[in-house]
Design a protein around this ligand. Structure first.
Ligand SMILES: NC(=O)c1ccc[n+]([C@@H]2O[C@H](COP(=O)([O-])OP(=O)(O)OC[C@H]3O[C@@H](n4cnc5c(N)ncnc54)[C@H](O)[C@@H]3O)[C@@H](O)[C@H]2O)c1
Length: 291
């Protein structure tokens, strides 16, 4: 199994970088821990589904799981993106298949997961509910300016989308007496922010609450359910350095979260070693909030 590598050489962490602002191309990669993931946990024999892994943070999660030996089903709404990611994972030496479906459609989840499991010849025992940014959503708008008919997308995706995947995959985990459910959440679900993300935050808070209850029901069957609340990550849509600088300066680690960061955290939560970690929400945010 190869290691995931960037084309760039490792860079040292300069003191001036820590004091100053942030530059996505130069500084963030220097500050992030090495992008190369190594074998930490043995997930061979396990099969994971990562939703919304065609681009963004899900790519890091899929890489992290494949690196630890899991077979991965790469889900996305966009079939071409899912296929591209699968090609990368297979080129890397992993076992992966694409499954394009909309997680907000229960029948599509049932069908897509059945087909992908058959292709891999194994049942999903690690579920990473990552898809969480709806295509059709009104973004960063104060709540009072959002029409009632525009409320649904965040709730549909972050609540119903995650519930559908759990409904389809958790019974198999319970039956075999082992499973891992990793719910991707956000700092916006944990603290109030006046940045026009009230509905997104509500949907993330809601699914975190659900995961806490689910952990109590599934724990006795060897299945854990935890949430990973991400802070500002390197694919954040604000590309303007002047807007980003104060946001990054407010993060104690003085950088954005990387694909390697989420890959390592998800791999741990999915591992046998994390078996006694259940019903928790863990912040992955460089210390931005500590609740
Ligand atoms: N990026 C950040 O800074 C950040 C911060 C906090 C939390 N998060 C969380 O991390 C997760 C990933 O975020 P991201 O920034 O990588 O997202 P992204 O938008 O970059 O990528 C997500 C992928 O999900 C897919 N998707 C959207 N709706 C879908 C659906 N209904 N069914 C299947 N696939 C669907 C999209 O096609 C896209 O390829 C989300 O849950 C998000 O809330 C991200």
């Amino acid at each position: 199994m190869k290691q995931h590598e960037t084309d760039e050489p490792r860079q040292s962490r300069a003191a001036s970088d820590v004091r100053d602002g942030w530059d996505v191309n130069e500084t963030n990669r220097a500050r992030a821990h090495d992008d190369r993931l190594c074998m930490m946990f043995d997930l061979s024999g396990h099969t994971a589904l990562v939703t919304g892994a065609g681009k963004g943070m899900g790519v890091g999660m899929a890489r992290g799981l494949v690196t630890q030996g899991a077979a991965v089903i790469v889900n996305d709404l966009d079939p071409a993106l899912a296929e591209e990611r699968v090609k990368e994972l297979v080129d890397f030496g992993g076992s992966a298949v694409a499954a394009a479906f909309d997680v907000t459609d229960l029948a599509a989840v049932q069908e897509g997961v059945a087909m992908a499991s058959e292709l891999l010849g194994s049942r999903v025992d690690i579920l990473v509910n990552n898809a969480g940014i709806p295509k059709s959503a009104v973004s960063v708008t104060p709540f009072l300016d959002i029409a009632r008919e525009d409320w649904a997308p965040y709730i549909d995706l972050n609540l119903y989308g995650s519930l559908h995947c759990i409904k389809v995959m958790a019974p198999g985990m319970v039956e075999q007496g082992w499973g891992r459910i990793v719910q991707i959440s956000s700092g916006a679900g944990r603290v109030g922010l006046s940045i026009g993300q009230a509905l997104y935050g509500a949907s993330k808070s809601g699914i975190e609450g659900f995961i806490r209850h689910l952990s109590q029901e599934l724990g006795p069957h060897g299945v854990t359910a935890n949430a990973l609340a991400l802070g500002l990550m390197e694919n954040v849509e604000i590309r303007n350095r002047e807007l980003l600088r104060p946001l990054v300066a407010a993060i104690p680690n003085r950088r954005l979260g990387s694909l390697a960061d989420v890959g390592a955290a998800v791999a741990f939560l999915a591992s046998p070693e994390a078996g006694h970690l259940n019903g928790q929400t863990i912040n992955l945010n460089g210390g931005a909030t500590t609740n």
